[in-house]
Design a protein around this ligand. Structure first.
Ligand SMILES: [Zn+2]
Length: 219
């Protein structure tokens, strides 16, 4: 396990002094130990205000949804995150709040970016999950599509509504989800929209859990 960093050439000495190591195959700097990640906040955040570092694994979460267009049932996916660092810009949030580590319950994320290429290919083939243009938000994003009529199933309906398959407030709803655990070779830095519900603990207890061996390495 390690965390690969994007260190500009002119900052390599600075990263090295802090303990970053060089991987000659990848031609990238990396941090070996999780307890040292916080020393590299500058490169982990880049120009972003907030990122997440997914540790060891994440989940593809499968649910069933009634297509708004053809009214047939279709499989849809979201993501599940459990073990991760939440990293915010210390200049905006203060040093103490800038880093937190979560490892309690699985939360649903509507969006994780970037995802390993192999994972995306798998999701495209298996679920009809691919980039497509949404008239509602007038831009392209990775979205679910109905397996019957191919119409895009917008994120708002899948994640924002109380009757969405990923809105978990009961054992019955949690039991309808399938959790595919995707192991990661390295921890990965991502942007994500993570929802935190008070009944999220139900997901790990009652959803059906399956190990998925997609090689999730991001290089
Ligand atoms: Zn449909």
């Amino acid at each position: 396990m390690a965390l690969i960093l994007k260190v500009p050439y002119e900052e390599k000495d600075e990263a090295k002094v802090l303990g970053a190591k060089w991987n000659p195959q990848l031609k990238k700097w990396y941090v070996e130990k999780r307890k040292d990640y916080h020393k590299f906040t500058k490169w982990i955040l880049g120009d972003k205000e907030q990122v997440y570092i997914l540790c060891d694994y994440f989940y593809v979460v499968e649910g069933l949804h009634t297509c708004f267009k053809c009214r047939n049932l279709t499989q849809v996916i979201g993501y599940g995150v459990k073990k991760y660092f939440d990293v915010c810009n210390p200049e905006l949030y203060g040093d103490e709040k800038a880093w937190s580590f979560e490892d309690d319950e699985i939360h649903i994320a509507s969006h994780i970016y970037p995802l390993p290429e192999k994972v995306l290919n798998y999701l495209k083939d298996k679920y009809g999950y691919y980039e497509s243009y949404s008239k509602t938000i007038q831009s392209s994003y990775l979205a679910n599509h109905c397996s019957n009529c191919k119409v895009i199933q917008g994120d708002f309906y899948l994640f924002g509504e109380v009757d969405s398959p990923f809105f978990i407030d009961s054992e019955e709803r949690a039991r309808k989800l399938k959790l595919y655990r995707v192991p990661l070779k390295n921890d990965i830095i991502v942007e994500a929209d993570i929802g935190r519900g008070s009944e999220d603990w139900l997901i790990e207890v009652f959803a059906q859990s399956i190990d998925l061996s997609i090689d999730g390495r991001v290089e």
